[in-house]
Design a protein around this ligand. Structure first.
Ligand code: ADP
Length: 469
């Protein structure tokens, strides 16, 4: 099958979150299953640095200016890279500037991504022909589905929601500038509360919608979780066109046995000594007391309200009083939350360590050296860090929501709490402490978590079954 993915991130070329991990794994899993899989991505500086010689196969003028299209094989998946210097040659985060202000021209930047996705799916690369399936990811790629619908292309369209809260909303006045007709700016189309919604474009014009866990697929059909789109989503669910497929993780990147970022490798059979050695290194790095008996909880997260960071902050003092507890925090995002963590670290030297920033290698070392990983999200489409934690024998402490509830078994592979309150979080933490004090039981849970199979093959099969449909 000819499969074309369209996305704005792909690990290791460009990453801000879980989307990149998924797009960096799923196409390769499908290629390994024998399909011709390709991916359209903007040629950001970080991509250009890693693929400086990707040949230009086409130069053309578009509604968003002149563009060179590059194409290169990348470990078995062909990439199409949109080289538009005036739109994508900006260092750092792909969506906003250093002050967290969205780029004012995002509407053109991501309309162009969608347009190229559609054009390539419809046969722009005559050496390839048409895609059988176009698979668009999140709002940045949503317009690909709209362009194909506008062109009445027979290419089938799949849209995956990685996070419904980010919707790609823009002034309606842009619609005709994007080579789309006004008639598509309709409640049955691109319109959402008077604005152009790239997310809704993806949802509305997709043949099939998927999201990244079965529970989230249900939650978004209700008013509380639907971000205003629950009506459309409930309708699609009723038509059996909304599917929840749990993300996998890439064992080539996330394995404590082979991870190049960690010093002391281990597996489920030989776990205790080397995990402890990683923990001592981590304690040293974060300025924590080098104490093997301390229960070291880690957090690796965007610092946003979604992630329930405020619940954790509120629970910290109680948790510190509950035993020999330490915290190591790696995150970036809202300044108020970073400052709160830095304040907590200053108030509790040796017990709380904070690194504000984005550091991929450190995130691996934390998975290897932690005992518990907190994921107290208010909502969570899938969540990946709890899966990484389990693979590294770092037991997740999570809220029962979205993919967290679908992947962590309370008392067996982690600790799960129900309400988004710090007291529920603290109760779950108390259960974790009780088990921590019984090392044999703790190790049994670690081994069970490490034995869970979250490989991509299951999800890849489910996507292929959907494409076949
Ligand atoms: P989301 O996509 O909502 O941010 P996920 O749990 O799906 O959440 O994916 C987050 C990904 O980003 C994981 O790979 C996680 O390790 C990584 N990550 C998040 N924050 C950081 C950080 N500050 N430094 C390094 N990696 C991070």
């Amino acid at each position: 099958m000819n499969i074309l993915h369209v996305a704005s991130e792909c690990y290791p070329l460009i990453k801000t979150g879980g989307l990149a991990d998924v797009v960096g794994a799923l196409p390769w899993a499908q290629a390994q299953a024998g399909h011709d899989v390709r991916l359209v991505l903007p040629y950001y500086p970080s991509v250009a640095e890693q693929l400086p010689d990707a040949p230009i196969i086409r130069e053309l003028s578009t509604f968003a200016g002149g563009v060179a299209l590059r194409s290169v094989d990348y470990h078995g998946v062909r990439l199409y890279l949109i080289d538009a210097h005036h739109l994508f040659a900006r260092k750092g985060n792909p969506y906003h500037d250093a002050n967290y202000h969205d780029y004012a021209d995002n509407v053109y930047r991501f309309a162009l991504l969608g347009w190229f996705g559609a054009a390539l799916a419809a046969g722009m690369d005559e050496w390839w022909g048409c895609a059988d399936v176009l698979h668009a990811h999140d709002w940045q790629a949503g317009l690909a589905c709209a362009y194909l619908a506008h062109w009445q292309s027979p290419v089938k369209r799949i849209f995956t929601i990685h996070n419904l809260a980010y919707q790609g909303l823009f002034d309606a006045a842009h619609v005709p500038e994007l080579a789309l007709p006004w008639r598509m700016f309709d409640v049955h189309g691109l319109e959402f509360n008077g604005q152009l919604s790239m997310l809704k474009a993806g949802l509305y014009y997709a043949d099939e919608i998927t999201t990244v866990s079965p529970s989230y697929a249900q939650e978004i059909t209700h008013i509380e979780g639907g971000c205003g789109l629950h009506g459309l989503l409930a309708e699609r669910a009723g038509q059996h066109r909304l599917h929840g497929i749990l993300n996998g993780i890439d064992p080539g990147i996330w394995s404590p046995e082979h991870d190049p970022a960690i010093t002391h490798h281990y597996n489920a059979r030989q776990l205790v000594a080397n995990k402890r050695a990683n923990k001592l290194e981590l304690q040293r790095f974060f300025g924590l007391e080098e104490d093997k008996n301390a229960l070291l909880m880690i957090l690796v997260s965007r610092l946003t309200e979604q992630k329930g960071i405020d619940l954790l902050l509120a629970a910290l003092p109680t948790m510190l009083d509950m035993g020999n507890t330490q915290f190591a925090i790696l995150g970036s995002g809202e300044p108020a939350l970073s400052e709160a963590f830095e304040g907590a670290a200053a108030a509790h030297p040796g017990r709380i360590g904070v690194y504000i920033g984005y550091d991929e290698a450190l995130s691996h070392r934390m998975m290897a050296g932690g005992d518990l990983i907190a994921v107290p999200s208010r909502f969570e489409p899938c969540g990946l860090t709890q899966l990484y934690g389990m693979a590294y024998g770092t037991l997740p402490l999570v809220r029962r929501i979205g993919g967290l509830g679908d992947s962590v078994l309370d008392g067996r592979t982690g600790f799960v709490f129900d309400q988004a309150t710090s007291s529920d979080l603290v109760d779950a933490y108390q259960r974790a402490v009780d088990i921590w004090l019984q090392p044999r039981k703790w190790q049994t849970m670690q081994r069970r978590a490490m034995g869970e199979d979250f490989g991509w093959h299951k999800a890849a099969q489910q996507y292929l079954a959907l494409y076949e449909k």
